[in-house]
Design a binder for this molecule. Sequence first.
Ligand SMILES: Nc1nc2c(ncn2[C@@H]2O[C@H](COP(=O)(O)OP(=O)(O)OP(=O)(O)O)[C@@H](O)[C@H]2O)c(=O)[nH]1
Ligand SMILES: [Mg+2]
Length: 290
Amino acid sequence: MKFPWFPGHMARAKQTMKQHLSGIDLVIEVLDARIPRTSRNPDIRGITEMRPRVVVLAKQDLADPKETEAWLKILRADGLACYAINAETGEGVEDVVSGISRLASEIMLKLQDRRRRPRPFRVMVIGIPNVGKSSLINRIAGRRSAKTGAKPGITRGKQWIRVGRAIELLDMPGVLSPRMDDPEDLFKLAATGALTEESFDAVQVAEGLLETLRGRAYHALTARFKLGDIQDRDGHTILRLIGEKRGCLGSGGTIDVSRAAVIVLSEFRKGLFGRVTLDPAVDDRLEAES
Ligand SMILES: Nc1nc2c(ncn2[C@@H]2O[C@H](COP(=O)(O)OP(=O)(O)OP(=O)(O)O)[C@@H](O)[C@H]2O)c(=O)[nH]1
Ligand SMILES: [Mg+2]
């Protein structure tokens, strides 16, 4: 398949978004706080741009807090309502709820002026796979209504979830852009867990990630694997060292780098190398100032 990260259910989800949009009052765009630039999907943003929008930076517990602050400033400078959350603990979710409620009263008041019959305020939640859409919805609803999971593609079809009497949330499958071809973007999406394991080379991504971590989280990386001095080591060598340390041995005692790669990716996604943002806000900050 040409675009293994764009399976059939994503194409169907885009169709569903288009079909349902006329009945939607607000769109929540969930971005990954570690990759706020790369996790924007211009396709779905294009589909939903005619609707009022709130942006949520999810998984803020895994991202560098200074970078998240900078990203919030940049997004707010664009006039967007924007919040950073941790759906695992619920941190920041109250602010999202009060933001939605405020917008709901404003928007529903306008609808009443046009003599529409009262109806619930309808919110569509969109974003790339595995970013935390269903987890956020469960937090807002205060119950586990939407299925969640640590791999992309958990939500396969749309699902409405009622919050009290006044709000309905539409959970959508995660959607990536089929036109995505920048290797750096694909690397970041793979490293953070937005792509299915079959659609990328784990060794290549782990090696790239280790070079990034060598630059951004040197002490956490060396301490976690007891690596010694790796200043001048490339990703491939560091991965082999990790394989050795963790006993990832294949037949004949060779180092199984594939197993080592799975360990590196899984530990990165759990935040075990500290809070690392892969899309620094710095360039955008300069843009915002110019
Ligand atoms: N650390 C951390 N993990 C989170 C957060 N939000 C969600 N997760 C985890 O991320 C994984 C994906 O969460 P989901 O809510 O299923 O993501 P989704 O966007 O609905 O994914 P799809 O339905 O596959 O598109 C799960 O393992 C969640 O427990 C967060 O704020 N912090
Ligand atoms: Mg989901």
